[in-house]
Design a protein around this ligand. Sequence first.
Ligand code: CU
Length: 637
Amino acid sequence: MKLSPLLLAAIAIRVEGKRGRLAKCQKRRPTVDLSNALAPLAFPPSMYPDKDGVTRAKLFYDLVDYVGASFTTVVRAFNGGLPGPTLHVEPGGSLELELINCLQLPLGFHGKGSHNRYHHPNSTNMHTHGPHVTANSPGDNVFIKIEPQETHQYEYNFDDNHMPGTFWYHPHLHGSTAVQVGSGAAGLIIMDDPKDYNIPDSIRNMESVEMLFQHMDLNILRQSANVSEDMITDWVSHNFEITNKTTSLTNFILINMQFLPKITMEVGKWYRWRMALSSIRASIAFLSQSGKCEMQLIAKDGIYLPTFPRSVDQIILSPGNRADVAVRCTKVGEESMNTTFIDLRCDPDSPQPNYGCFEPLEQYSAEADAEVRSNTPVEDKVGVFMDPKEQPTILVIDVVSTTTTSPDKDLEPFTVIRPCYLVDLQAANVDKHFMNHYFCFNEGQTGEEAGKWPDNATPMDTCGVFGPYGKGDGGFDEFTPWVDADTYINDFETGSIQEVDLKAVQFHPYHQHVNPFQIIEINSYNTQQENGGVIQSAVADWYKVGDWHDTLQFPAAGFGPKFVVTMRFQADQFTGHMVQHCHLLFHEDQGMMAQYDVTGNEGVIWDGARKVDPTCVLPESARKGKSNKAGKAGKRM
Ligand SMILES: [Cu+2]
């Protein structure tokens, strides 16, 4: 039967009508040109709470032509800018966020075989990384799927005792996190210090510099675009052009998507650098080249240090981490912030992809490059992504003379009054213990590991976490790549204290949603083994027992498989999903994710908090004695 043009038109309208074309999506694709090095660092627009404490944000997710320092491409971005707008929120307030997915069909790779591989590049969702909020809708539910031309309304409510700090947001749809976050879809969330917050004026009044660091790992982006059948950033056949406009590097660190930007700071004045690392693979460490810029660590992952400030020589960030660091430069002139090499024994000769390495690596061998390129026939067009050259400098500071007569004083030691969900847990009685052990099979291992190859794994790189349920760290028959939103690896009740050993934490940055965690023990008993474990002094300064994180990779080369970091957290208030995953997002897409099931009663807090710290602040709901909806248990992995 031949369809009449009229009928075809009617079908077209019906298809269009089902998904609808969203109003207010951009009519023309904007160009964002950030190709020049040494340009003044630019900041994305900021959105602030209204008088009622509610931040009302609309984020349009759509395409942008990005002109970078060495290449141009098309990326997915929020509100036509890179990075997305900075969302300011306040304790006791909320964030009402409408996410409008303006992307178009096709869905890309989906259906059979796509589960733990890169898939549906044009569908998306939102994760607020760091805030202590519920994972249930309309809150931080990362199992929401917003298909092309659909919208979703999120609402995140922050308790009035929420610790202010630096957080961030990014898409978190399993299968498309690497391609989306890795090409720039991210922005900062800043919970500002309330006017009456008990921090010193020197901290409160410090001018802030907001920096979203982005590692562009074009190799992984190309793979994920390819596998997910992404017709937008399909860098194999179109939409990608090496320009070498400012640099020939193709593997580098950007700040607010700019290559080697410049900031201006007055000599002798403290600035609060609020930083987040949006990276799907590399970590970074950097320092002041001349040593003439002092650095005092104030907060990590949006949580003030137990006592601050802490003098540090280097700033260390792994994928997903944030840091607030007070920086004061004492010599007028140009200062460079240079990356350093923190040894994780990332083997440049390994045919396998290296995990959790600090970039830029000091070297890659020609053989390793050849291996990487062997499956990538387009190298002539796009260059060698793992470039052997370093990008030592990532930021330049113009230190200028000051208009004031005296330099800022040294920062005085101080402790903040903490919310009860962040009291010291080092002496607490633990209710339950779990061992988190991440693992990846690489493509090259499939043959020799065939006997151990799990039924639910895919034929490519496959990552997962070891069961058994409630215990972890089992044998290969307990190895489980991501299952689904109804399946859990452990359960515990609200109001309990949980302890987790992180076993592969040298290589895989462990991130858990909802509840941040405290470092309890850094187990270096294995120091004498093989190569002799070394914890560099910069690492020892940065990661201390008692510190809090929501994402942790511990750079400890040579410690071997027995190296473990033990952490604890309160399962505070929020029942339901508590997702944990590797923040190398290409691993997460390939299955390195599981979730805890928080049962018990909604709203229950740990009754020991006030005994540990009588000054800790309870949320309003607990002060009024509300609590009570029981959580229901989910399916076991
Ligand atoms: Cu990983």
